[in-house]
Design a protein around this ligand. Structure first.
Ligand code: GLV
Ligand code: MN
Length: 215
C-alpha cells in the first residue's frame, strides 16, 4: 500500500513539475528519441512513428535499489530521455537516489531543472544554497517532499544508520548534473592548481591533497 501511495505521489509530482516545464514545448503528440541518428538537434530527432512501441515509454531501472558501495555511499539512477526515449520533448524525468547508512549525494547543480524529492524510506538532511549564500536546510523523512530550485547547489545526506531512498522528479527530459568537487578537482584537462589555491585561499599543496583523494 505504501509503495502504491509513493508511486501515485511521484506521478503527481512529475506532472506538477511538468506544468512549469522549461524544456521547449513539443509540437507533436510524441517524438520518441532516435538515439542512433547522426542529426544534431536540441534534444533528439524523432523515431519513425511506425517503429514506436510501448517499450519506448517503459523503464524498470528504478524499481530496485542502486549499488551504494562506493566512496560517497550513494547512487543516482536516472529515468530520463537517455534510458526512456519516449520522454524526448516532454520536459519531465525522474531519478532514484539510494543511500548507504550516512551516505551522501554530494553538492551539485542541475543546469536545466528544478528537482522535487519524495522520501521513499528513511531520514535525510537536505539543503540548497541561494545565490546570496543563504543556506536552506531540513531533515526530511519517509513520505515527505523537498524542493531544490533550478540551478542552485544542493545535496542530500542520509543521517541514519539504515539504508535510505528517494525518488526525484525534474522539469526537464535531461536535467544534467554537475558535482562541484568532481568538476573542480577531477576535470580533464585539470583546472590549474594555482587557480584553485587562489579560489579557496589555501596553498597548492592542499589542492593537490584533495585532488589525490578524489582521483
Ligand atoms: C538528487 O539530488 C539528484 O539529483 O538525483
Ligand atoms: Mn539533485
Amino acid at each position: 500500500m505504501a509503495g502504491i501511495n509513493a508511486a501515485i505521489v511521484v506521478v503527481l509530482l512529475a506532472t506538477a513539475v511538468g506544468t512549469f516545464a522549461n524544456d521547449p514545448d513539443m509540437l507533436q503528440d510524441v517524438c520518441v528519441a532516435d538515439q542512433t541518428s547522426d542529426i544534431l538537434v536540441n534534444g533528439f530527432p524523432c523515431k519513425n512513428m511506425t517503429k514506436v512501441t510501448a517499450e519506448d515509454f517503459f523503464f524498470t531501472g528504478i524499481s530496485k535499489s542502486g549499488d551504494t558501495d562506493n566512496l560517497l555511499g550513494s547512487k543516482v539512477t536516472g529515468a530520463n530521455v537517455l534510458n526512456i526515449p519516449g520522454l524526448n520533448t516532454l520536459g519531465v524525468s525522474m531519478a532514484r537516489v539510494d543511500f548507504a547508512p550516512y551516505g551522501l549525494n554530494p553538492p551539485h547543480i542541475h543546469p536545466r531543472a528544478t528537482e522535487m524529492i519524495y522520501v521513499l524510506k528513511g531520514e535525510l538532511f537536505v539543503g540548497f544554497i541561494t545565490t546570496s549564500n543563504k543556506f536552506i536546510s531540513k531533515v526530511v523523512k519517509t513520505g515527505e517532499v523537498f524542493i531544490f530550485p533550478k540551478g542552485l547547489a544542493h545535496f542530500q545526506k542520509n543521517v541514519s544508520k539504515k539504508p535510505t531512498s528517494v525518488l526525484a522528479a525534474f522539469n526537464s527530459q535531461l536535467p544534467g548534473a554537475q558535482q562541484f568537487a568532481a568538476a573542480l578537482f577531477t576535470s580533464s584537462p585539470a583546472v590549474p592548481n594555482d587557480v584553485l589555491a587562489q579560489a579557496f585561499n589555501v596553498d597548492e599543496h592542499k589542492i593537490e591533497m584533495i585532488r589525490e583523494a578524489l582521483n
